[in-house]
Design a protein around this ligand. Structure first.
Ligand SMILES: Nc1ncnc2c1ncn2[C@@H]1O[C@H](COP(=O)(O)OP(=O)(O)OP(=O)(O)O)[C@@H](O)[C@H]1O
Length: 583
């Protein structure tokens, strides 16, 4: 229960509902005693009825009516209270589940990019859904059934012992056996259902990948292989489901068998005691009802134990993530507005997970409002520079300053909200185009959205869609072309009028003519914005105030378009090749 202790803080928030739930449960269980007690009394009265005089028969008749009314009243009240009990405890568990999901989600948002590189999306999803659901089973049903069971034991067993001690002992004996048997079976059920879940998740991954990669599958005519792969996994999944169904099928027969045994015990031992005159005949139906009242809670002991064990394991997995401190921390709570000058001084950067030395002794400076273009072969470290400016990673070596202040000393929220970042792989949400652009600025007006789209030269494309800005994009924005996606992503960055704009090769899918138009528009609207353009194309870089060329993490050339052409190095060669291509 060590891991589950973490939830106590959450429980405290709902303590009154929980205490109410406990009280209501106790009252309803006490009321449930009325039924067996008076059924016993009724049978006793009935057994006297045949030999009774007319006057006595009338009294017995009245008595029977009163007992029946008692039973009816108590049963109705107990039913009402059971409803309230579920409303209190189960509803609280849903609130707790909601709170826990939010806590996990907020933690996910806090964690740094490195965390996401190390953990699979499926695992993250599982912990926030599957694991939280298992913990909810502890927070609601497990607690409710435990209270229910304990109060029932506390009221029924003394009542039984009080009425007929010997019969009580014989009746109770099979119950622990039932409890252990259910525990063993439900543990096996859990083991097998975990396997079923695993196979289901494999099946989901295959289906999801085949839907996302449908164009590749069709182009390579891979449909038969994919179907075969799916069938194999589906077959395994079916086998695991059958294994599960087999063990589940044992659950109820076993319960019925053990209840039957207890009932036979009551009738056999009770019958003998009635013959010997130790107990009244009414005690037998009374005990039969007790046995049936106790069986479900006894069976539940095993089930609840399992639920708690699973919740403990799930909470352990959740705690693993909750206990991680984000690698990137905000070290300054005070607001620090960013103007936009950036300086790298002998920055070295090694990716921890791959040990790749991505940046080696990088030094450059950009004044606020100026433009820097970064060129270089793939894998030369261009994107890494942008990631360091957004503090997606911290540097260990050298210095990176913004407005002459060490980047770590800036308020992280201020830093990030002063940056407009357009990643290499434009990601659009499954939402309208308008909302995707407005994502960069919460309260953006339609006019602002359209202006941003015009500057990113995508307005005309959008208005060509029947629903214009209201066009809903599918998963990963599949209704847009690569170039359109890039431009929507640019509009999203410029709408927030950031102090620093980072473009990571985001004009690669746009033709040079449109590229020119976008760059010209940007020049107008981002006059005071520090802009860094990462590109493979000279056309994106030629107008920049400063250009650096990277190779294997090092700066091999720097200058502006004219000076670099004079150098006759990599840049000049790239320019010549690209001019040739264009011609
Ligand atoms: N998250 C990461 N974890 C580990 N290694 C990484 C990570 N991101 C990049 N790298 C490695 O760091 C090096 C520099 O990568 P980077 O993405 O900065 O290059 P790039 O110049 O932007 O390349 P491209 O033009 O292909 O986008 C590469 O060798 C790459 O494999």
């Amino acid at each position: 229960m060590k891991e589950l202790k973490k939830l106590n803080k959450l429980f405290a928030k709902y303590k009154w509902q929980l205490i109410g739930g406990v009280i209501v449960t106790i009252i309803s269980r006490v009321l449930s005693l009325v039924l067996p007690k008076y059924v016993g009394e009724i049978i006793n009265l009935l057994s006297d009825y045949t030999d009774a005089s007319e006057a006595q028969k009338e009294v017995i008749g009245d008595q029977l009516t009163i007992y029946i009314l008692y039973i009816l009243g108590a049963t109705l009240l107990a039913a009402g209270l059971t409803f309230i009990m579920r409303q209190l405890i189960i509803v609280v568990s849903r609130h707790l589940e909601y709170d826990l999901k939010n806590i996990v989600y907020q933690q996910y948002q806090r964690l740094s990019l490195g965390f996401y590189k190390q953990n699979r999306t499926g695992d993250l999803m599982n912990r926030i859904s599957e694991d939280v659901s298992k913990v909810r089973m502890y927070m609601g049903p497990a607690i409710m059934y435990s209270i229910n069971m304990l109060t029932l034991f506390a009221v029924v067993i003394p009542a039984m012992i009080n009425t007929a001690p010997t019969l009580a002992v014989y009746t109770i004996i099979p119950l622990p056996i039932l409890s252990v048997a259910i525990y063993v079976i439900s543990r096996e059920i859990n083991k097998r259902s975990t396997l079923v879940q695993e196979y289901l998740s494999n099946l989901n991954t295959i289906s999801q990948e085949s839907f996302s990669g449908i164009s590749v599958i069709k182009a390579y005519n891979l449909a038969p292989q994919m179907t075969e792969q799916f069938t194999d996994v589906a077959n395994d999944s079916k086998d695991k489901n059958i294994d599960l169904a087999r063990i589940q099928a044992l659950f109820f027969p076993l319960m019925v068998l053990l209840i039957g045994l207890s009932n036979i015990m009551v009738i056999y031992i009770g019958g003998k005691q009635v013959i010997d005159g130790v107990i009244d005949v009414g005690t037998i139906p009374e005990f039969l009802i007790y046995v049936n009242m106790l069986t479900w809670p006894v069976a539940i002991v095993g089930w609840v134990t399992n639920m708690i064990q699973q919740a403990e394991a799930s909470q352990k997995r959740i705690n693993e993530f909750l206990d991680i401190e984000p690698a990137i921390q905000n070290l300054n709570e005070a607001s620090t507005k960013v103007k936009g000058s950036i300086a790298f001084d002998k920055v070295n950067f090694i990716y921890e997970d791959t040990n790749i030395h991505a940046l080696k002794d990088i030094s450059f400076e950009i004044e606020a409002g100026k433009t820097l273009a970064i060129l270089g072969k793939t894998g030369s470290g261009k994107s890494t520079i942008l990631e360091l400016i957004g503090r997606l990673y911290d540097i260990e070596n050298g210095s990176l300053t913004i407005d002459n202040k060490e980047i770590r000393s800036l308020n992280l929220d201020d830093l990030r909200s002063s940056i407009g970042y357009v990643p290499q792989d434009a990601f659009l949400f499954s939402d309208t185009i308008g909302n995707n652009i407005a994502f960069g600025k919460k309260d953006a007006s339609q006019e602002e959205i359209e202006t941003a789209a015009k500057n990113a030269v995508v307005h005309k494309n959008i208005t060509n869609f029947t629903k214009g800005y209201e066009t809903v994009l599918g998963e990963r924005g599949i209704t847009l072309s690569g170039g359109q996606k890039q431009r929507v992503s640019i509009a999203r960055a410029i709408i927030k009028k950031p102090q620093i704009l980072l473009f990571d090769d985001c004009l690669s899918a746009v033709d040079t003519e449109t590229e020119e138009k976008i760059l010209n528009n940007l020049k107008k609207v981002t006059q005071d914005t520090t802009t860094i353009i990462v590109s493979h194309r000279v056309s994106s870089a030629k107008n920049a105030d400063q250009i650096i060329v990277l190779d294997d993490g090092k700066i091999i050339e720097r200058g502006n378009h004219d000076s670099l052409l004079n150098e006759n190095g990599y840049y000049a060669e790239l320019f010549a090749n690209q001019m040739l291509e264009e011609e």
